[in-house]
Design a protein around this ligand. Structure first.
Ligand code: MF3
Ligand code: CO
Length: 267
C-alpha cells in the first residue's frame, strides 16, 4: 500500500527529516578519535529527546539503540559499542526520528582522522550516486530509474559492490512504507512515481564485493570480504520537475569541514 502525502503532510515530514539532519550535524561536530560509538549514540538520543521527538529506531522490531553506527566493514544496522574510534575509521551514522506523526530517516558516512585515496573515492562516489538517484525521483519516472542510476554509477562505472539485501523505502506515518527502492535495477521498471510520494533513497556501497553477512548480534550487516562500505541516505518527495529533498546535508558538511578530527577532503 502506497500512501501519497498532501503538501501539509510533506511540510510535517520536512520537520522530521530536518531534525534528523540536525542530529547528524551535531554528530559531525563532536566526532573524534577515542570516542566510542555508544557515546555518539547517547549524544544523538539526547539531542532528539531535547527536540521533543522520539528516536524511532529504538525498539523497532526489537532494535536496542537510538542510532545505527556502522564502522568499516559494517555496512548498516551496526550496534553502538564501547570500542573507541580511531584514525582511518569509516563511520556510517544512521538516525531516525518520529515527530508530529511522521518519521524522518537519514544517514551519513564520516571518516575519522585521515583515510586513503581509495576510501575517499568510495565516500565521494557513494554520495554522488545518492544525488544521481535523487535526480530521477520525479513524477512519472519509475523506481527502477532511481535504482538504475545508482547501480550504473557505482557498480558499472566504479566497480564497487552494490548491496542487494537492503534497500531504500517509502517513508511517512511508518518508518518503512512501500515501495521498496533498491540500489540496483532496470531503467523503466517498477512502481511509477507520483506527486506526494516520499521515499528514503539510501545507497549502501562496498569498496569490494557486494556479498554481506549478518553478525552474531542478528542486526549488524557486514561485508564478506572485510572491506569498508559507505552509506548515505536522504528523504525525498516526488515532484514534477525537481525532487523535493526533505533532509539536508548542508549543516552536516559545514560541521564536518570545521571538525579537525574528520577527513572531509573527499568531496
Ligand atoms: N535507516 C534504517 C533503514 O531504513 C533504519 C534502521 S531500522 C533499525 O533500514 F531498526 F535498525 F533501527
Ligand atoms: Co532508511
Amino acid at each position: 500500500m502506497i500512501y501519497y502525502k498532501t503538501q501539509a503532510e510533506v511540510e510535517l515530514m520536512r520537520g522530521s527529516s530536518l531534525l534528523v539532519s540536525a542530529t547528524l550535524a551535531e554528530v559531525a561536530r563532536i566526532l573524534k578519535p577515542g570516542m566510542t560509538t555508544l557515546e555518539v549514540d547517547a549524544i544523538a538520543e539526547k539531542f532528539i529527546l531535547d527536540n521533543k521527538a522520539v528516536p524511532n529506531f529504538k525498539n523497532y522490531k526489537g532494535y536496542p539503540f537510538a542510532t545505527c553506527i556502522s564502522v568499516n566493514d559494517a555496512i548498516v544496522h551496526g550496534f553502538p559499542n564501547d570500542v573507541p574510534l580511531k584514525n582511518g575509521d569509516v563511520v556510517s551514522v544512521d538516525v531516525g526520528v518520529y515527530k508530529n506523526g511522521f518519521h524522518g530517516d537519514s544517514a551519513y558516512t564520516f571518516a575519522i582522522g585521515s583515510i586513503s585515496d581509495e576510501v575517499k573515492q568510495l565516500l565521494r562516489v557513494t554520495k554522488e550516486s545518492l544525488n544521481l538517484g535523487i535526480e530521477k525521483a520525479i513524477t512519472n519516472n519509475r523506481v527502477g530509474d532511481i535504482s538504475f542510476a545508482i547501480q550504473e554509477y557505482t557498480e558499472k562505472k566504479h566497480k564497487y559492490g552494490v548491496v542487494r539485501e537492503l534497500v531504500g523505502h517509502g517513508l511517512g506515518k511508518s518508518l518503512h512504507e512501500d515501495p521498496q527502492v533498491p540500489n540496483y535495477g532496470k531503467r523503466g521498471s517498477g512502481q511509477k512515481l507520483r506527486d506526494g510520494l516520499v521515499i528514503a533513497i539510501e545507497p549502501m556501497i562496498n569498496l569490494g564485493k557486494k556479498e554481506v553477512y549478518y553478525d552474531d548480534d542478528g542486526w549488524t550487516v557486514r561485508t564478506k570480504d572485510g572491506l569498508p562500505s559507505a552509506h548515505y541516505e536522504h528523504n525525498v518527495c516526488i515532484r514534477k520537475g525537481t525532487p523535493d529533498v526533505l533532509s539536508s546535508f548542508t549543516e552536516i558538511e559545514k560541521n564536518e569541514k570545521a571538525n579537525p578530527h574528520l577527513d572531509s577532503s573527499y568531496f
